[in-house]
Design a protein around this ligand. Sequence first.
Ligand code: ADP
Ligand code: MG
Length: 256
Amino acid sequence: MSRLTSDRVREHATRLGLTHLPETLEQVLARAEDAQMGYLDFIDLLLEEEVGHREGRRFRNALKLSGLPHHKSLDEFDFAFQPDLDARKVRDLATLEFIRAKSNVALLGPPGVGKTMIAVALAVAACQAGFSIYFTTLDDLVRKLRAAEATGRFNRQLMTYMRPALLVVDEVGYLPLDRAEANMVFQLVSRRYERGSMIITSNKTFAEWGSVLGDEVLATAILDRLLHHADVLAINGPSYRLKDRFNLVTGGESMP
Ligand code: ADP
Ligand code: MG
């Protein structure tokens, strides 16, 4: 290809917003020549390169804005460490059918059993599949809604929790809420009900939510909507955070 033509292709690509093509043009051309590609295969390769780059960029940007505390995947989850957890159920969730169905997931259990990790891994998978995601702790969510209410921006802030196809609300139950805060949670849950998925994690049983939310009636109303279409996974096992400490102890004992 003449210099003039390749310059023009780059310029046109840039004007069309195909930002990756100008960088890869030489490489793609060389590959096409090597493989003696037909016209259609060549166009296919060219567009696939651009889309692949764009999706990768979308994924990276979306992850950055998602609020996720880390980006671990289910491949890194040691199911053998948590034998009471049904691995099949978790892998079923990873098909992301629950997001398409706009239903919810509740991950319950004591600290360190991997609730947050599973929630994160499902959110990362969802993001990769093209769903919009957002991660927040309940504490942070309530704090932001309160601050927004004080400055007359409550509905706008609520919308940021309405928009994502999957909203993860981590750590329900670590800090008790007052009535006004529980009411905000109710508004969020009832507005997302059958419109978008939520994953919630909690160290409390549902029976204890009344005291967490400071109001039995509100707690019941929230749970009613949250659990109508939901998978509930109770993880009752050892803390992964304490795993190495126990190993150290037993290691120490077995030493002479
Ligand atoms: P929880 O939210 O239930 O308190 P986390 O998901 O934060 O627990 O898990 C605590 C730490 O242990 C995290 O670093 C997490 O990645 C890791 N972890 C927990 N369970 C497992 C597991 N079964 N396999 C691998 N890592 C795990
Ligand atoms: Mg956690």
